[in-house]
Design a binder for this molecule. Sequence first.
Ligand SMILES: Cc1cc2nc3c(=O)[nH]c(=O)nc-3n(C[C@H](O)[C@H](O)[C@H](O)COP(=O)(O)OP(=O)(O)OC[C@H]3O[C@@H](n4cnc5c(N)ncnc54)[C@H](O)[C@@H]3O)c2cc1C
Length: 322
Amino acid sequence: MKRVLVYIDEDAVEDSIDLLEVGRLIYGDKGFCSYALAAGVRYGAAGSLFDYMFQVKNGALPNYDTATIARCIEFLHRIYCFDAIVVPATHCGRMIAPRAAMRLHAGLVADVTGIGTDGDEVLMVRPAFSGRMLATVVCRGSGPVMMSVRPRVFTYEEPVLKSAEIIDVDVQDMKTPGIQLIERREKSEARDIRTSEVLISGGGGVIRDFHLLERLAEALHGMVAASRKVVDMGKAPRAIQVGQSGKIVSPRLYIALGISGSAQHVAGIRDAEYIISVNTNRQAPICSMSDIVVEGDSRAFVEGLLNRIEASNTQNSGDQKR
Ligand SMILES: Cc1cc2nc3c(=O)[nH]c(=O)nc-3n(C[C@H](O)[C@H](O)[C@H](O)COP(=O)(O)OP(=O)(O)OC[C@H]3O[C@@H](n4cnc5c(N)ncnc54)[C@H](O)[C@@H]3O)c2cc1C
């Protein structure tokens, strides 16, 4: 029976469990034996979905100690000879997977978004060139099929309920973690820009007036987003960056203010339904993919639109009183 190891990221337990679907897509009806390795102690619902869960006896496994976790994966593979090792492409997962692959001298396909098979060969689909192309990578040869998988692409369909057996392991050569947790700060309760239907996004052309965007976002019941330039200059938090190295968004309305439309930025807005761009340069790349282009100054646009919205709100409330 084929063996599949899934790494459970304690910051994305449910998404990690969903990676059982990857095993199902590869091995189909022939079935497979599923093993879970969790960092920390959060196994979530894994206990009723996996066949085996590893419990490392001789050391804590903090999620961020990626080198130690990679060592554990290597150690377990040497004993259990997994056919596939699947890691969620989360922040930590993206660091663990290549380290483990290097230790195992195995190939790694990163950020997989699709799985197929061709006879006994496993086909892994991943975005390439900032998402403009999809590459299908074929796994040939011996060694485990190793991949990191983009979270929330797969859902474990028709889960089979089981009762996982706990396997206690003493990992050899476990070093004292070189990383120490000094302080944990809770994430702010700010909403995720991916959930907003309206995004008011600012770039290099609106840096000095970035604070104005919040008012417009509020008036349009949306959220503020930013290009990487604004984030790199410390004017906006990384959590609201849109693009290849930020978030991929799909709002109904995306207003791009002073954003040039680099390939890396555009990679994050391909699924936006309607794009309005405001730019002093009509030739900026974002203009060619916008539904409406406003040629002009971002600040003037924001102030003008705010005035119009406020005037219309005042008129509406006056009409209601009458
Ligand atoms: C590996 C890698 C990953 C990256 N990932 C991302 C990513 O995830 N997201 C991202 O955004 N970038 C990313 N980048 C950076 C990207 O290449 C660009 O440098 C960045 O997107 C430029 O940001 P911008 O368009 O806001 O600024 P600029 O390039 O400075 O463009 C400013 C635009 O504003 C216009 N403008 C100027 N003044 C005004 C005004 N007063 N009113 C209106 N318009 C005005 C200009 O005509 C111009 O088009 C990445 C780069 C690399 C190498």
